[in-house]
Write a protein of this length. Structure first.
Length: 338
C-alpha cells in the first residue's frame, strides 16, 4: 500500500486538516489543567449554608499548605455549591471543609481537614453537615449599626425605669439588678448619637478597606521585598559602615602623627598670607607697572634677533638738519605708554 506524498494531495484538504490540528492543539494547551494525565487534579464539590465571600480562584489548603483552588461558587436551591480541585492530596470520606479568613481585609480560602478511612468519591457532594462558614464580623457591625439606628432609646430608658420602680420593694439583689439596668439604659440613651456615629464610621471603614484591598496587598508585598533586599544587603551595609569607621580612625591617627610636622608649615603659611595682605597696595602697584615694562620689552625684542630702540641726544642739535630734533626735546617715555 503506497502513501501519496503531501505535495501531490489536494492543497485545500491539507490546509483544512492542518488548521483543525492547530486548533485542537491550541485548545489542549489552553485547557491543559482540565486534561487527564496532565496534572489538573481531582475535582470535588461541597454544600455550604452561605458563601461568606468565597470566590473563584481562592486557595484550597490542607494544614495551611496550598493544594488546589476554588473553581466555582453557585447557588443550588437553598444551599451554595462550591466546586474545587485538589492536586496530590488525599481527601477522606469523612473530611470536613470550612471557609476560613485568610487576611484582615476579608480574603477567604477553603480549609480541608482530610478525615476518614476511605477516599472521598469525587462524584459525591460533601454534605452541608461537614462544612462550616466563618462568622462575618463586618456584616455583624453593619447590622448592629442599622439596628441601633432603629431603636427608640428614650422609650427603652423609660421602660427600664419602669422596671426599676416596679422592683423597688424587691430583695436587694433584684433591686440592684433593676437599678443597674436602669443606669445602663440611661447611659445608652445619652450616648446614642456617639454610638451611631461610631458604628457608621466602622461601616465606612470596612467599605474603604474592602475597596483598597489590592492597594494594601501591594503595599505589604512591596514592604516584604524591601525587607528582603535589606536583609540580602546586610553584609554589604555592615562592611560599608565598618570601613567608614576605620577610615575615620586612620585619618585621626594620621593627623595626630604628623601634627609636629604640619603645625610649623601651617604657621609659616599663615605668616606669609598676613604679609601679602598687609602689602596688598604695593603688590597692586608693582603689577600695574610690570604690565607697561613688559610691553616695552616686547616692543624692543619682538622684531628679530636684535634690540629695536631709539637713542635721543647722542648727536648734538647743531649737527642735525633743520626741523629734525623733536619740538619737546628728548624726554623719556611716561608710564602708561604715553
Amino acid at each position: 500500500m503506497s502513501i501519496t506524498p503531501i505535495r501531490e494531495r489536494n492543497p485545500v484538504s491539507v490546509s483544512i486538516v492542518g488548521l483543525l490540528v492547530l486548533t485542537l492543539l491550541g485548545l489542549a494547551a489552553w485547557r491543559a489543567d482540565s486534561l487527564p494525565f496532565v496534572g489538573g487534579g481531582t475535582s470535588y464539590s461541597a454544600d455550604f449554608t452561605e458563601s461568606a465571600g468565597l470566590t473563584d480562584g481562592d486557595e484550597v489548603r490542607i494544614a495551611g499548605v496550598k493544594v488546589g483552588e476554588v473553581t466555582g461558587v453557585a447557588l443550588d436551591g437553598p444551599k451554595v455549591r462550591v466546586d474545587f480541585t485538589v492536586q496530590d492530596a488525599w481527601i477522606g470520606n469523612a473530611s470536613t471543609v470550612g471557609i476560613a479568613v485568610k487576611t484582615l481585609l476579608g480574603e477567604k480560602y477553603l480549609a480541608v481537614d482530610p478525615l476518614g478511612n476511605a477516599a472521598q468519591d469525587p462524584g459525591s457532594r460533601i454534605a452541608a453537615g461537614r462544612t462550616t462558614s466563618p462568622y462575618d464580623v463586618t456584616q455583624a457591625f453593619n447590622g448592629l449599626g442599622e439596628t441601633i439606628g432603629e431603636i427608640d432609646t428614650a422609650q427603652l430608658a423609660k421602660s427600664f425605669e419602669t422596671i426599676s420602680a416596679t422592683f423597688k420593694d424587691s430583695p436587694p439583689d433584684v433591686r440592684s439588678a433593676a437599678e443597674g439596668l436602669s443606669a445602663l439604659s440611661r447611659t445608652v440613651s445619652r450616648r446614642d448619637a456617639e454610638l451611631a456615629t461610631l458604628l457608621q464610621g466602622s461601616k465606612r471603614l470596612s467599605r474603604t478597606l474592602a475597596g483598597r484591598k489590592s492597594s494594601f496587598e501591594t503595599l505589604l508585598e512591596d514592604g516584604n521585598l524591601l525587607l528582603a533586599e535589606i536583609q540580602a544587603r546586610r553584609d554589604a551595609i555592615h562592611l560599608l559602615l565598618t570601613g567608614t569607621r576605620d577610615l575615620g580612625a586612620q585619618l585621626t591617627g594620621l593627623v595626630e602623627d604628623n601634627e609636629k610636622q604640619l603645625r610649623p608649615t601651617l604657621d609659616s603659611l599663615g605668616r606669609v598670607t598676613a604679609v601679602l595682605v598687609k602689602n596688598r597696595k604695593s603688590l597692586d602697584k608693582v603689577l600695574a607697572m610690570t604690565g607697561a615694562y613688559s610691553r616695552l620689552v616686547g616692543n624692543t625684542l619682538g622684531n628679530g634677533r636684535w634690540f629695536d630702540t631709539y637713542a635721543c641726544g647722542v648727536v648734538p642739535r647743531n649737527y642735525l638738519p633743520a626741523g629734525t630734533p623733536p619740538a619737546t626735546g628728548c624726554m623719556p617715555p611716561k608710564q602708561g605708554g604715553r
